[in-house]
Design a protein. Sequence first.
Length: 173
Amino acid sequence: MSIGIILLIALIIYIAIRNVNDKQSNNTKLKNQSDKQNLNNNENHFKDYEKKPLMSRSEIEIGKKLVSIIPNDKYLLQTQIPLSSIIHKTNEHSYAGELYRTIDFGIFDKATNVKVLIEVNDSSHLRSNRRARDFKVKNILDQAGIPLITLWTNRPNTTEYIKTRLSQYITIE
């Protein structure tokens, strides 16, 4: 074989090896870009969630009034009370999931016994599914012997009005 043919074969082999290496390198780059894209997508996925305030504006306004009314030397005011934290299911035929509902405010004595619960209802409580939920909560509370005060946001809910409602259940000085 002539030296020219040998050089030509060597050049072809060199180009073939280089093309294989370039493809492997490009595949690695594409995989890395894909991994980065997946990571970015996952980061964006987590950005689908954001924190929110514990209470609505209406609840905050009522809460401020409650704080000003309730004697803190006798009572504790708590927000967002899960029924499951204050009620025990006694019937094996009822569903424990019914107790995973939250009440806006609870007033407790210093021994942490429930004195009264308070719900702040806006217009969303007029929807049939919310009325059914409210009825179920009221029924559970009645069975447990826990009083519930409902305050509607479309009413004035003055400090005096709230005091009057609370005075049925706690001592207000």
